[in-house]
Design a protein around this ligand. Structure first.
Ligand SMILES: Nc1nc2c(c(=O)[nH]1)N[C@H]1C(S)=C(S)[C@@H](COP(=O)(O)O)O[C@H]1N2
Ligand SMILES: [Mo]
Length: 203
């Protein structure tokens, strides 16, 4: 495909100064939290689709994706089951960089992230465009383990980690907010750990 770009790389630090959000404890371990088994994804057939309210859909293969400009982000990771891992270095492609590949006919307000295995999670577009949000293929200098979402996962440091979708394979741009996998099952639509937005309000 046509995404031959220079490999520029930027670095972002997102830290609150070694303090975990309310109701969280700090761990140096990296627990695996997955609903169901890790899908096995072959890089030769890996595909990432950008669709929804876009002027034209874009599909990327592994080479296209990893050819996009690289970013490095140091960030915290907060699971709603109460563990926080404060020091993580993620390497990958900023969400904002991927979003540049499409244009919109109508105003887009929200996004659904899609994954191999059927998992999904929703967020508002503005939050995803922040400079610490990325699709990561490396964690702490190593290729991302399959259990941790390899080959590619989303990382959204300012949200509970269920929003950091593993095994991602698509972005759907929307003009309404819709619940993803855990949000449908009672978790919060926004999920800000500093506001302890763990569960949504039942309607
Ligand atoms: N596709 C997918 N992504 C997922 C999950 C999942 O079950 N499937 N679990 C979420 C939850 S609840 C957490 S806490 C983090 C955990 O990431 P880790 O297993 O790398 O620690 O991944 C999130 N992303
Ligand atoms: Mo979680």
């Amino acid at each position: 495909m046509l995404f031959k770009r220079l490999l520029g790389s930027s670095k972002v630090n997102q830290h609150s100064g070694n303090v975990a959000p309310p109701g969280q404890y700090v761990t140096e371990k990296f627990p695996v939290m997955s609903f169901g088994a890790a899908p096995k994804v072959d890089l030769a057939t890996w595909q990432f689709d950008i669709f929804g309210l876009v002027e034209s859909e874009v599909s990327l293969n592994w080479q296209d994706f990893t050819g996009l400009p690289k970013t490095i982000v140091d960030a915290e990771f907060h699971c709603v089951t109460q563990w926080s891992r404060l020091q993580n270095t993620w390497e990958g492609v900023a969400f904002s960089e991927v979003a540049k590949l499409v244009s919109f006919e109508n105003p887009v307000t929200h996004v659904m992230i899609h994954c191999y295995g059927g998992y999904s999670t929703n967020m508002d577009l503005e939050s995803l465009l922040e400079d610490d949000v990325l699709f990561a293929y490396n964690h702490d200098g190593q290729p991302l383990d399959q259990d941790h979402g390899g080959p590619l996962r989303l990382v959204v440091p300012k949200r509970y980690a269920w929003k950091s979708a593993k095994w991602v394979n698509g972005i759907e741009f929307m003009d309404v907010d819709k619940p993803g996998f855990w949000e449908l099952r009672g978790y919060h639509m926004k999920a800000d750990p500093w506001e302890e937005q763990r569960f949504g309000s039942p309607d």
